[in-house]
Design a protein. Structure first.
Length: 296
């Protein structure tokens, strides 16, 4: 087959177009740092990239949920620490006023401090963080306890998704923690303190001695809640580390799919620039040669 000038010119111009396209793509890869910048670059790879990004997005949300649950449990743990301190002081007062040698006025004077401590318990049970009550179940805008210790919220435990198919309980309803609801042999802490207060006000030494034991029961119930919170925090810590590790692995896979090799692209860019210049020079010479032949 005879190779015509037109065929040679088409070959040269096609080559320039191909090299120019490769050159532009390399420049784009250097600018963006990505091997694929649009689906047309590599549909299969772009599809895998999008899948990995969706996975990372989900993992990032799980980490946020874990952090939120950890924060809420941290506030609950701090509140329980205050409750423990208050109950410890109440028990000290019960022991100090349980003896028959304590006078009526002595018990009455102690009752004033007990009233204040009782108010502290109610205040702690109504702990509010960012306009949400932490012991109100789902009714986070409802103050859980009134001044008399009656529970006003619900018994639901708040949950969050912390992994695919994994729902984590992070909320403790106040009726269980403070009133013993749903606990076999549970103790109503406010009722215990009220009975102790009444015993002091009525100078009932026997009832005061009974309060020593019931306050112990209240402290054990709070201790169980503290242990539960601690176990949940430990579990969340393990889950967070696992999620972060999986996210790191996914990001590494995404980087391998998506990120361009700067050195490799730069070398290829130089190669394509050289090729383009050579093709352009050849085309110019070929064009001039054909013009000269035409004139001659």
């Amino acid at each position: 087959m005879r190779v015509t000038n037109a065929m040679m010119m088409k070959t040269l111009t096609d080559g320039i177009g191909s090299v120019s396209e490769r050159l532009m793509r390399n420049q784009e890869m250097l600018s963006s740092g990505k091997k694929v910048n649009r689906p047309s670059d590599d549909p299969v790879t772009m599809g895998n990239v999008m899948e990995h990004k969706d996975v990372i997005k989900g993992l990032t949300q799980y980490v946020r949920n874990i952090d939120y649950a950890t924060e809420q449990l941290g506030h609950a743990e701090s509140a329980m620490s205050k409750v423990t301190e208050t109950l410890t002081r109440l028990k000290e007062l019960a022991i100090a006023t349980a003896s028959d040698t304590v006078s009526e006025s002595g018990r009455l004077n102690t009752s004033y401090e007990v009233e204040l401590l009782r108010d502290e318990l109610v205040s702690t049970a109504n702990t509010n963080v960012n306009d949400k009550y932490i012991f109100s179940g789902f009714l986070t805008r409802t103050e859980p306890f009134d001044a008399t210790g009656n529970y006003l919220a619900d018994s639901n435990e708040r949950v969050l998704n912390v992994a695919p198919g994994t729902r984590f309980v992070h909320g403790l309803p106040g009726d269980r923690v403070f009133s013993g609801a749903g606990i076999s042999g549970g103790t109503d802490i406010f009722a215990v303190v009220d009975d102790f207060l009444t015993a002091l006000q009525t100078d009932d030494a026997e009832a005061v001695r009974t309060a020593v034991g019931t306050l112990d029961d209240a402290m054990r119930q709070v201790g169980d809640s503290v242990s539960e919170i601690g176990a949940r925090l430990t579990s969340l810590g393990v889950q967070r580390r696992s999620t972060e590790e999986f996210e790191l692995q996914t990001r590494t896979l995404l980087s391998n799919l998506e990120d361009s090799d700067f050195t490799e692209v730069a070398v290829d860019l130089t190669r394509q620039q050289t090729s383009l210049e050579a093709l352009q020079m050849t085309t110019a010479k070929f064009t001039n040669m054909n013009i000269f032949n035409f004139i001659r």
